[in-house]
Ligand binder design. Structure first.
Ligand SMILES: C[S@@+](CC[C@H](N)C(=O)[O-])C[C@H]1O[C@@H](n2cnc3c(N)ncnc32)[C@H](O)[C@@H]1O
Length: 760
């Protein structure tokens, strides 16, 4: 596990730790020190660029990287926030001068779809001292904190775009942590989400990383877009096991889950990040890439076995070294002739790129005094030294290089569009014969129809589309090992912790509740959910299937995966999204369940609209600015509404409105708790503060914000009142259910007025 990391590759612990040390701080290294003769000699020998571009390339490498960010979240949410950047922030930054210099405002990355990615380039002191940029910087920090903006290198945004994920796809992110690309994939899976509610895609996203700690970064990332279709595994991608699914014909027979889309963003030397990780100047040497080639190839080859016919793989690195790039692609194509490189030159036409290379000259010589055109020449030059290295013929271009279309790979160099260096290759697997025949028939039919119909006639719907996802030939898998252990539907997912003797895996099991489980039923009726709520997909995290504290919702596919696989074998760290949690009552009050802020968008489509209470801006302000406000303290017109509510959880809706300069632009839906004589907004301090800032333009007063169990300043928490904040509840849950990250840190984007949650 994590061999890539030990070698200090990108995403590797070595580089990651060093990145924190001073030697990696760009502001502490002089431009004159940004040199490395080995780097120059190696890349000159590779002929990566023409002689007249070399100086521009070096100049770009020595210049700090601009700041880039992506407006994140589901499409509708992102579009709304993007309008604010365009219409409010950019105009306010368009005529700013600092120390007599006019500063450039942020600009959209021209190639990013729908203009959702931005770049700006001002010195740090401007962000500290220019009032306009300071304000913009605070906006970015705030929105990043609540998950609406993702600080991400421009080039790192590319692989998910080329993967072209759709909501019905089965998707695997093989080396996913820390998860910036995972977030993009999740957004694509959730393309049908609306401003206030989350869709339940029929596909799945499996995010995997071999580093256990880093898988928690994935859980954190995904909390920006809670999804019943998301799961996290902790495995060596080069050896990723078969995930099994019941066959359509018999629940006792299993077939392998194959993927429509796989991202292999593999561990690499990371020399394309040299503008940011400036210490690379000092240490770079050719064996950084040489040593990673084998692991990179094994990961890609495993992905090739896990992909459906007609599926797509994107392989990417932030290295410009052909040994980590074209050499890996060439070797993988050699051993998997059913794959080909896809010509994506017409996709993202504004992206400046160079074709992949067909000639490169590896070396094992640290000082790069010689490089070799062929493996044979390398061995002949010094047989003894060659025997001691791990270089293989696969590090060199193969003899059939011209048949592989390596020019279809994409190389991004820093000077082309002021970015980092990057490599992307898009591979597709041939369809099965049956599928190819169906596609040919369809093509013929479409052509015939085209002749018959008038030109403006809508293109006929492709009949074979629905079959596409299922028509792959499942790879044979060994079902002998634990076929008998698979529990019946509605029961547990794979026995107790460490059920398979996998001693190092400490997660708790996933047990689906029966839809007739009395606690679940009472929860559904208390929360007034409609019969369409998928109650057979609710799970708890303990072997007994007891509803101890929280309930999670998965989609059908994740449920099948959990039921058909031993969760310790697939080292399943997270599945689905948490929707309900127990709210302990105070003295004399029975414990009840409430919808979590993060679960609300998922549950909302199943919430009886009649049960949603509509409030106004006055009510919202009182809820935000008070700590457990008494029902009697609300405006008179609203008191009867509060009095009529049962004790327990409710959903309040606040339509767009204005009040004393405060403004709510879109519907806001929040979970509320009614107790004996008061009501409370069930969002944590940070989220409440964020909501207050964005809607009312001021923070929640510290005297209110910092109260814990009892209100002060005249507001007394009555007997039987809630004394547990959502934070406290979640912490307690971590102990009960063995979860690594369950803090309910509910962040609200008032721009969007939708509750989103981050698990810290
Ligand atoms: C380049 S980083 C991935 C970055 C990530 N895709 C993103 O966009 O945030 C490479 C990741 O691969 C992981 N890794 C290293 N060796 C691995 C292996 N054999 N299997 C799976 N993951 C591995 C590292 O822990 C690291 O998180």
């Amino acid at each position: 596990m994590g061999r890539g990391r030990k070698k200090g590759g990108r995403g590797g612990g070595g580089r990651g730790k060093q990145a924190k040390s001073d030697e990696y701080r760009t502001d502490l290294i002089e431009k004159a020190d940004m040199k490395n003769e080995r780097f120059f000699a190696y890349y000159k020998a590779q002929n990566i660029l023409s002689e007249d571009e070399w100086d521009d390339f070096l100049e770009a490498l020595r210049t700090p990287l601009p700041t880039t960010f992506r407006v994140a979240g589901s499409r509708q949410i992102a579009k709304s926030l993007n309008e604010t950047i365009k219409d409010v922030h950019v105009p306010s930054l368009s005529n700013v001068t600092f120390e007599d210099q006019k500063l450039p405002p942020p600009v959209q990355l021209p190639w990013y779809p729908e203009g959702l990615a931005w770049q700006f380039n001002v010195p740090k002191k401007v962000l500290r001292k220019s009032p306009e940029f300071k304000k913009f910087h605070s906006f970015l920090v705030f929105e990043t904190e609540v998950g609406n903006i993702s600080r991400q290198e421009a080039v790192s945004m590319l692989p998910p775009l080329f993967l072209e994920v759709e909501p019905h796809h089965t998707v695997m992110d093989m080396c996913a942590a820390p998860g910036s690309k995972t977030a993009q994939l999740l957004e694509a899976l959730h393309a049908q989400d609306t401003l206030t509610s989350t869709s339940i895609p029929s596909g799945v996203l499996v995010a995997n990383d071999s580093d256990y700690k880093r898988t928690h970064l994935l859980i954190h990332q995904s909390a920006r877009l809670p999804s019943p279709a998301f799961m996290v595994t902790n495995l060596d991608a080069s050896n990723y096991p078969s995930i099994r699914l019941p066959t359509a014909s018999s629940a006792n027979k299993k077939e392998q889950l194959l993927f429509d889309r796989i991202l292999c963003d593999v561990p690499c030397s990371g020399d394309g990040t040299i503008r940011k990780n400036i210490g690379i100047w000092k240490h770079w040497q050719p064996n950084d890439g040489n040593g990673l080639h084998g692991l990179q190839l094994r990961i890609l080859q495993r992905a090739m076995k896990l992909l459906k016919p007609d599926g797509r793989i994107v392989y990417s690195t932030c290295s410009i070294n052909p040994v980590e790039n074209e050499a890996v692609i060439a070797a993988a194509l050699e051993s998997n002739p059913e794959y080909h490189l896809v010509d994506v030159s017409s996709n993202l036409p504004e992206l400046k790129r160079r074709p992949g290379m067909s000639l490169w000259r590896p070396t094992a010589d640290k000082s790069v005094s010689s490089t070799y055109e062929t493996y044979e020449a390398f061995v002949a030059a010094d047989p003894q030294a060659a025997a001691l290295t791990k270089l293989t013929p696969g590090h060199w271009p193969p003899s059939n290089i011209n048949e592989l279309n390596l020019g279809r790979c994409m190389r991004i160099y820093p000077h082309l569009q002021d970015s980092g260096g990057f490599f992307v290759a898009v591979l597709e697997r041939k369809p099965t014969e049956a599928k190819a025949a169906a596609q040919a028939r369809e093509k013929k039919r479409t052509a015939e129809n085209a002749e018959y119909f008038e030109p403006e006639t809508k293109k006929p719907r492709i009949e074979s589309e629905p079959e596409n996802r299922d028509s792959s030939t499942p790879a044979p898998i060994d079902l002998t090992s634990d076929a008998g252990e698979i529990p019946a539907s509605g029961e547990g997912g794979g026995g107790g912790p460490n059920a398979s003797g996998n001693g190092s895996f400490k997660e708790m099991p996933y047990t689906f509740l029966s839809p007739r489980d009395p606690t679940l039923l009472s929860c559904i009726s208390r929360l007034r959910l409609t019969p369409e709520f998928p109650s057979s997909n609710v799970l708890v995290r303990n072997p007994e299937g007891d509803v101890v504290r929280s309930m999670y919702l998965t989609n059908d596919l994740i449920k099948q995966i959990i039921l058909a696989n031993d969760f310790t074998k697939i080292r399943l760290n997270a599945a689905g999204t948490k929707v309900f949690t127990k709210q302990e009552g105070g003295k004399g009050v029975e414990a009840q369940y409430r919808i979590l802020g993060e679960g609300l968008p998922v549950v909302l489509p199943y919430t009886d609209p009649q049960s949603i209470i509509t409030g106004n801006m006055n009510v919202l302000r009182h809820l935000v600015m008070s700590h457990y406000p008494l029902c009697t303290s609300f405006e008179e017109a609203f008191r009867p509404v509060l009095d009529s509510l049962d004790l327990g959880c409710h959903v309040f809706r606040f339509p767009p409105g204005e009040l004393d300069g405060a403004s709510l632009a879109h519907d806001l839906l929040v979970p509320i708790w009614k107790s004996g004589v008061s009501v409370s907004l069930m969002v944590d301090k940070k989220a409440k503060n964020a909501l207050s800032l964005r809607v009312f333009g001021k923070e929640v007063p510290p005297s209110i914000r910092d109260q814990k169990s009892k209100a002060d300043g005249g507001e007394v928490a009555p007997a039987g009142e809630l004394i547990e904040s959502s934070d406290g509840g979640a912490e307690a849950e971590a102990e009960v259910e063995g979860e690594a990250m369950v803090l309910d840190d509910i962040a609200v984007s008032p721009e969007i007025e939708r509750v989103v949650v981050q698990a810290l």
